[in-house]
Design a protein around this ligand. Sequence first.
Ligand code: HEM
Length: 222
Amino acid sequence: MSRLNQFFGSSIGKKFVMAITGILLIFFLIVHLINNLMLFGGPEFFNENVMRLDSIKPLIRVVEVVLALIFLYHIYRGIKLWFENKKANPDKYAINGGKENSTLYSRTMFITGILILVFLVIHLYTLWTKFNFGMEGSEDYFAVIKDLFKNPFWSAFYLVIMIFIGFHINHAFQSSFQSFGWSHKKYTPLVKKIGTLLAIVFAIGFASIPIYFYLISLGGQG
Ligand code: HEM
């Protein structure tokens, strides 16, 4: 037990927990993206799917609490690790290394992380609360999203944040493999490519939604 405590208290252990929570969040994002892409199936299809999920609401609530804990822990650890590394290693590579031995993606992990946190607070306030407590008898969930992205400010905000999410995941994915101690001459470049592909799929996949709804609102269908 004390060995376990020692491990999780060590710098490697902390990075390990960051990596595990990060990978779990990537799984959440895959499911979330699939659910959101159902918007392209039209109002009936999307609303039916949201209502189908309503029948397993208690389970969803449990998943949401676990998810919130994972998010909070990941954010707390990320901020703490960044400050610890900055203090211990102001010049050398840590999380935020010098230009020579780090990429733009790794140097911006802290700032993209904070921006995603700000996004999450706003996102949950605007969409999650509306879906769960603000429907007032209506079952048109599709219209909530359509109304939000009619507004050029919200569409642009989501678009910019999705680029930062792409940046964050591009580095996070390969970095989590390093934290697990999995580094290989042949496979590490492949892991990097998979991370970049995931980042592009998330950024384009999520961004396609505000772009689509904004464009149809311009065409007078909003
Ligand atoms: C265009 C992009 C996105 C749209 C349209 C969207 C839409 C939604 C909607 C409608 C909900 C409420 C679902 C419900 O309660 O039934 C929700 C919840 C949530 N979203 Fe998003 N989302 C987007 C991107 C993201 C991204 C990039 C993240 C993470 C960085 C994220 C994180 C969450 C979380 C944590 C919840 C609460 C858990 C849940 O209800 O599933 N979302 N989102």
